[in-house]
Design a protein around this ligand. Sequence first.
Ligand code: P6P
Length: 331
Amino acid sequence: MEKSRIDLPIGITLDRFIKSNQSQYPNAAGELSQLLRDIALASKVVNREINKAGLVDIMGNVGLMNSGGDHQQKLDLLANTRFTRALSKGGEACGIASEETEQFIDLENNGKYIVTIDPLDGSSNIDVNVSIGTIFSIYKKQTPPSEPLQESDFLQKGRTQIAAGYILYGPSTMLVFSTGNGVNGFTYETTLGEYVLSHPSLLFKNASTYYSMNEGLSFDILDKGVTTYITNCKEKRMSGRYIGSLVADFHRNLLKGGIFIYPRTNQYPNGKLRLLFEANALAFIAEQAGGLATANEKAILDIQPIRIHQTVPFYTGPKEMVTTLLAHINH
Ligand code: P6P
């Protein structure tokens, strides 16, 4: 049964919101609520580190690459450590799969949830002081509690997510998440050290305002319909906006109306963005906000993952914009 969307006043704290949200689920024992609090706490610590990044020696890269081939930044690894530690101490998650680690991490507790996370997305922007983000998904452990965690626990379709969201470390830091009952945005009030409700019941603005794609890829796009769609956007005098931080581009498109496109290219024939660490969470948010998220014609949330670090092409935005793009691709 569809839960009634919660109408709570702007300004209430995340904790009050979570308590009220939990009351909608009579059988809830509070584990998910606590897990969300643990993620929020870790984000506050990461936010503090990011805000002083220019002052202490945590900029730059560490000379290593993650499995996706990204140069790991010092802040990437720091964020990964912070979230892993917070979730391990919180005890509600029994395992984590992170974009920054090759294998999943068994936290060796009896928590009933697992978390997939991109601890700090937008690495290329870290050293130039442009908005970056954290992207997370929460699933239930599928194997029986008595059995050890297995990789298959992390290879669940995105449609099985219990909750998902992102933190945007920008001019203000925001936590945007959904537990399947609409999307709500919270702004971090630094003087209080609290996230407070600032964007209740977020829905994609159904306006074709922006298109977001790295146009440096234009000569490498494998699906020519993407190229004709972008030309169509220009003919309609839409604005091209591309920050290169997925969370920042997604958030702007959510609030102002726009489509994000990372197509299949010669360099990334299966797409660049990670299904488990980026696409699934944002697709969950997109659908909860009345939009769409697809990998060509397949809904992201219906893709059966086969590898933890699997990548996908990724198109997401208002229904009308994504539908029009797919019409061009399938033309
Ligand atoms: P490109 C950042 O590294 C990221 O994973 C996303 O945040 C962003 O949308 C994309 O890659 C940018 O990729 O190839 O345009 O630099």
